[in-house]
Design a protein around this ligand. Sequence first.
Ligand SMILES: Cc1cc2nc3c(=O)[nH]c(=O)nc-3n(C[C@H](O)[C@H](O)[C@H](O)COP(=O)(O)OP(=O)(O)OC[C@H]3O[C@@H](n4cnc5c(N)ncnc54)[C@H](O)[C@@H]3O)c2cc1C
Length: 249
Amino acid sequence: MIMMAEFYDVIVIGGGVAGVKAATVIRELNKQVRIGVITKEPFIYTKMGLNYIIKSGSSIDLFKLMIDANRIGIDVLVNSVVTRIDFEKKTLKVKQNGTFRIYAFDKLILATGGKPIIPDIEGVGKIGVLTFNDYDNAMNIKNYIRSGMNIYIIGAGLVGLLLAEALKSNGLKVTLVDALPGIGLTIVEEEISKYLVDKLVSRGIRILTSAEIEKILGDRKIKKKVRKVIINGDKYEADLIVFTIGITP
Ligand SMILES: Cc1cc2nc3c(=O)[nH]c(=O)nc-3n(C[C@H](O)[C@H](O)[C@H](O)COP(=O)(O)OP(=O)(O)OC[C@H]3O[C@@H](n4cnc5c(N)ncnc54)[C@H](O)[C@@H]3O)c2cc1C
């Protein structure tokens, strides 16, 4: 069932830092306009704390973005997925809890972030291959991990490092894999990268650098489930593989 359109002067699609900042700055500049932020997430948050969902003994509350939306007069529509934009009619079709609603806008801001990159290699569709870029991803990892698991994080940038540390705090076997000759090399100098390697190794995290993932193999009985991974021609036992090799629009 489709209901009547609700109007906003400005609608922002995306409740990440960009979307929330855009909405709050517009409110600072103009106290009158109706502003709506539409996000498919269950609440607005900063991704910079997603690792706290997985980290042992942490709280989800640490990463909620506490904007006082009611006080500053911004409507935040959560669990709402924009499925269609009609630029001529200036309307959005939005799925909310199984029903569709139409929202009309004068100005529209797209702040929908990016999607995690998964390389085109054999086995990426198997159960136990995940990504780490949003709340759902973090919950999927949290719900998937079991004591004794062997976890391979592919991509040792900032996101991979945060994830490695969070998983290690759960007592799991964690290996960080990167195609570059060090870790975090896209964000730090070589010297700091070496320091990070020493720190992580001393915490029991295994590091494989100059290493390319080639193939993900399934279990002998349950072929759909991850059991091994081939990196630089070598075969390793694996229960979970998480890609943190960047995002794409
Ligand atoms: C674990 C982790 C740690 C990080 N740490 C740092 C850090 O320390 N420092 C730093 O600078 N950066 C960090 N980043 C990167 C940073 O979080 C991103 O650069 C930032 O989130 C981008 O903000 P954004 O608002 O553009 O997009 P996003 O945060 O991705 O927000 C986009 C939002 O749009 C919503 N959306 C998308 N499509 C639709 C649709 N059709 N309908 C409704 N809603 C939709 C999404 O659900 C999402 O909530 C980190 C990222 C991760 C994953």
